[in-house]
Every structure is written in C-alpha cells, then in structure tokens.
Design a protein around this ligand. Structure first.
Ligand code: SF4
Ligand code: SF4
Length: 129
C-alpha cells in the first residue's frame, strides 16, 4: 500500500512553514477589504494553529476561515510555500469529526458564521434596503 500523508500531517506541515513574515498580506482581497489580520493568510494560519492547540475554539475561528475566497492570490508571495487553501481543507477535514461530535460546538460554529456573514453584508452595503 503506498504511503499517504493524512490531513493532520499536511495541516501541520503547512502551519509550521509560516514564518509570519507578512509578505502575503497585500495580496489578499479579504485582508484588503476588512483590514483585519484574522482575515489575512497569516492570520488564518495563526487561527488554525490556535484551534489545533485549543487556544481558540473551532466556532470562534470559523468566520475568518470561511471568509477566505480560496483565490490562491497569496501563494506566489509566500517565500516558504504555505498553501492556505490546502491548510483550510485539512483544517476542516480534521475538525469535522470533532464538530459533529458536539451539537453545541456545531451550533456555535454556525451562529458565528451567520453573524460574520451579516456583518460582511452590512460592511459591503448589501444589507441596506
Ligand atoms: S486564498 Fe484566502 S488567504 Fe489567500 S489570498 Fe485568497 S482570500 Fe486571502
Ligand atoms: S507569506 Fe507565507 S510565511 Fe509569510 S506570513 Fe504569509 S503565509 Fe506566512
């Protein structure tokens, strides 16, 4: 059977490669729009690390991770080859079992996502009648 890297291994690899240099920040459309570090490639990597260590709950991290457009604009700027979209896919694959095991965590995640979506809508002017 060929050796296959598991999502957790791939996630750790991507997270560990981030040197926090910040070169990716100007390339990220969600960072440009929000001005929030948490909605930058570097911020998302740090958030995934924080979820992994238990410092931040998956629910609290979900909105900023969900708002990534998966556009890959940050990839060419990264000197260490961090692939944010792969890290996100692995993060959600790894977190999936855990979030399904707890109804409260699942509901909290979706509440946070909804709240963040409404805030983005308001910020873009889409919520005005
Ligand atoms: S893939 Fe996500 S983190 Fe990277 S530039 Fe696009 S929106 Fe930003
Ligand atoms: S450019 Fe790469 S190494 Fe630098 S902060 Fe962004 S993701 Fe991390």
């Amino acid at each position: 059977m060929p050796f296959e890297l598991q999502p957790e291994t791939l996630l750790s690899d991507n997270l560990a490669r981030c040197s926090r240099c910040g070169l990716c920040l100007p390339t990220c459309p969600t960072f440009k729009l929000s001005g929030s570090e948490m909605e930058s490639p570097r911020g998302r990597i740090q958030l995934m690390q924080a979820v992994k260590t238990g410092a931040v709950s998956a629910a609290a991290a979900a909105p900023a991770l969900d708002s990534c457009l998966r556009c890959r604009a940050c990839e060419p700027a990264c000197p260490t080859g961090v692939i944010v979209v792969d890290a996100l896919a692995d993060h959600f694959a790894a977190a999936d079992t855990g979030s399904r095991s707890s109804l409260n965590e699942f509901l909290a995640t979706w509440r946070a996502r909804l709240k963040h979506g409404l805030a983005l809508l308001r910020r873009s002017g889409g919520g005005r009648s």
